[in-house]
Design a protein around this ligand. Structure first.
Ligand SMILES: NC(=O)c1ccc[n+]([C@@H]2O[C@H](COP(=O)([O-])OP(=O)(O)OC[C@H]3O[C@@H](n4cnc5c(N)ncnc54)[C@H](O)[C@@H]3O)[C@@H](O)[C@H]2O)c1
Length: 322
């Protein structure tokens, strides 16, 4: 079983690679090679099977075709630029998030083995005229360029799966919190920094009111779900291969209270509260309440509490930093 992770040097790509290493197999077959592709060649040490890091820009069509000359059985397509960046630079977002996905799907199709493609979409697919509480099957109405690019990828994934070109599964990821490392250009970056940075003695700003509801999931849960998506029989998804992943809805205040329960009162005292109209404008278009019934029916995991997330962050990312 050959496995490819695009965006393999990123936050989720690295965690997914490590989880695949811990499992050793996927879809009931031993993994014989894992290829991690990113703008700079990523690496992962201590893995039980060969890992190849490749520098490959997904927006470079010949490069991605070369990468996929030898077919992969499972492809996790995680390469993307994040919401804030795609909003600031429309052309860059189109090039990487839309044309990059198109290139990847065309190369996967050309490989001729109908590979499993797990596509990281986003709940940023939702917004605008959709109901406040998102249920399965609502018409998608993204309010950012990032969300729009993700939705275009979803449609293509569905169509190419229908035609038997790839065996696609698209997951709309909730905001993944707590993200380790440094703040990034995602509009949702504060949804990690107000926990990650304050638990490590730094200050962090919350640009929205503490009543703002966040639909979120923990890194451990989302990695479990990416692997689960690859293992399912594609036919179980039905004609729509793209689903909302289960997550939790908590307000910022509820998440801070959970952090306080696990890590004491100090971290919360380091949060500053300067409103940021640019971030507010982006995140107000998102939805905080999602009923992911199809995802639950298909056996995807849900988070039980944000306290768990805080504990897992301390175990996975502070005790054993990436
Ligand atoms: N983390 C979240 O909260 C979240 C939420 C919803 C969806 N997602 C999606 O999940 C995926 C992974 O997210 P992440 O948090 O690990 O992001 P990340 O930014 O940490 O990782 C993305 C990786 O893609 C790489 N990349 C960017 N442009 C590329 C290009 N042209 N060619 C090849 N690689 C390129 C980056 O270098 C980076 O390593 C993304 O598709 C993202 O849109 C993430």
């Amino acid at each position: 079983m050959r496995v490819l992770i695009t965006g393999g040097g990123g936050f989720l790509g690295q965690k997914l690679g490590r989880a695949l290493g811990a499992n050793g197999s996927l879809r009931g077959h031993a993994i014989t090679e894992l290829v991690l592709a990113d703008v700079a060649a990523p690496s992962l040490s201590g893995m039980p099977f060969p890992v190849t890091g490749v520098a490959c820009d997904v927006s470079d069509e010949p490069a991605i075709r070369r990468l996929m000359t030898a077919p992969f059985d499972v492809i996790f397509h995680l390469a993307a630029i994040v919401s804030g960046q795609a909003e600031a630079d429309f052309d860059l977002g189109l090039r990487i998030n839309l044309f990059g996905t198109l290139n990847l799907l065309q190369a996967a199709r050309a490989a001729g083995n109908c590979p499993v493609v797990v596509y990281a979409s986003s709940v940023a697919a939702h917004g605008g005229e959709e109901p406040e509480v998102i249920v399965d099957g609502v018409e998608l109405n993204p309010q950012t360029s990032y969300g729009t690019q993700k939705v275009m990828g979803e449609l293509l994934l569905n169509d190419m799966s229908r035609r038997g070109m790839v065996d696609g599964r698209g997951l709309r990821l909730p905001t993944v919190s707590i993200r380790p490392g440094k703040a990034n250009a995602a509009a949702s970056s504060f949804m990690s920094s107000i926990f990650r940075d304050t638990m490590q003695g730094q200050t962090a700003n919350c640009p929205v009111a503490d009543t703002y509801p966040i639909y979120h999931t923990a890194p451990r849960t989302v990695i479990t779900n990416l692997i689960h998506a690859a293992g399912l029989d594609g036919a179980l998804f039905g004609p729509n291969r793209c689903i909302n992943l289960p997550g939790r809805t908590d307000t910022v205040a509820e998440m801070i209270a959970a952090m306080t329960l696990v890590a004491g009162a100090e971290p919360a005292s380091r949060i500053t509260w300067t409103p940021d109209p640019v971030i507010q404008a982006i995140v107000k278009g998102w939805r905080g309440h999602v009923l992911a019934e199809k995802g639950l029916r298909l056996g995807f995991a849900a988070d039980r509490s944000f306290e768990d997330t805080v504990r897992w962050f301390l175990e996975d990312d502070i005790a054993r930093p990436m």
